[in-house]
Ligand binder design. Structure first.
Ligand code: GRF
Length: 229
């Protein structure tokens, strides 16, 4: 009999994914939508927000995905907040975490608990432009190409093995807002692609690098400027 959790004949059970958000949740939405496609090797089992008013929660609820709010302001410290987060993820039997616009720094303790099982998306071509005000700083730098990166989370902010990247041009007339919108479009394609690579096992984390192979050959983990035919 086929395992009802399987994503197709000969495939293992789909990976159970918990998404962490703090706001709009457009990347979360892209992941939720991707998981609906046939054979996708992951399913979203919970969406957790540290902000009760995060816009993204509404979409998750409309998709009948269980949501949890863990308001960091209700905790005196990072440790008890992260303990609550860890318990919520464990209760939902999460295999993999996807941070999607999650605006809390995580302690080394939490990152280690989820070692190699937590992904993040950052709107630059890492290791360049870590941190906040990314698009503003890219424009100030005069660089002509930026992009986005999905990486495995490590303790140092916006660092860790890179799973996939997309390149996006910086146009002469760009403002931080127009550039952010162009990069965001690429993010919505890149994050599902990266999750698929990790959840299917096509991408493996070897030391501090990600090795991606399918049928014995390397798989493209970078696109520019678009994956569209
Ligand atoms: C994205 O640009 C993501 O790369 C960054 O925060 C933003 C979140 O947007 N980490 P959304 O909440 O997914 O719409």
């Amino acid at each position: 009999m086929t395992d009802p959790r399987s994503n197709g004949p000969g495939q293992g059970p789909r990976k159970r994914v918990g998404i962490l958000i703090s706001g709009r949740g457009s990347n979360m939405r892209a992941l939720v939508d991707a998981c609906k496609t046939d054979g996708f090797p992951a399913e979203i089992v919970t969406v957790i927000s540290n902000r009760p008013d995060a816009e993204g929660l509404e979409y998750a609820r409309s998709e009948n995905i269980p949501t949890v709010t863990i308001d960091h302001k209700q905790f005196a410290d990072r440790q008890p907040f992260e303990r609550a987060l860890h318990h919520a993820l464990r209760d939902a039997r999460v295999d993999l975490i996807c941070n999607a616009g999650f605006m809390r720094l995580l302690t080394a303790e939490f990152v280690e608990l989820w070692h190699n099982r937590q992904l993040n998306i950052h709107p630059s071509l890492l290791p360049a432009f870590k941190g906040l005000r990314t698009h503003e700083r890219v424009i100030e730098s005069g660089g002509r190409i930026t992009g986005c990166t999905v990486h495995i989370v490590r303790t140092e902010m916006d660092s860790g093995p890179i799973v996939a990247q997309a390149a996006v041009p910086v146009m002469p007339e760009d403002t931080p807002e127009t550039l952010a919108a162009r990069v965001l479009e690429a993010e919505h394609k890149l994050y599902p692609m990266a999750l698929k690579l990790i959840a299917s096992g096509e991408a493996r984390i070897v030391g501090e690098k990600v090795v991606t192979e399918k049928d014995g050959g390397p798989v493209a983990v970078m696109f520019s400027p678009s994956l569209d035919p």
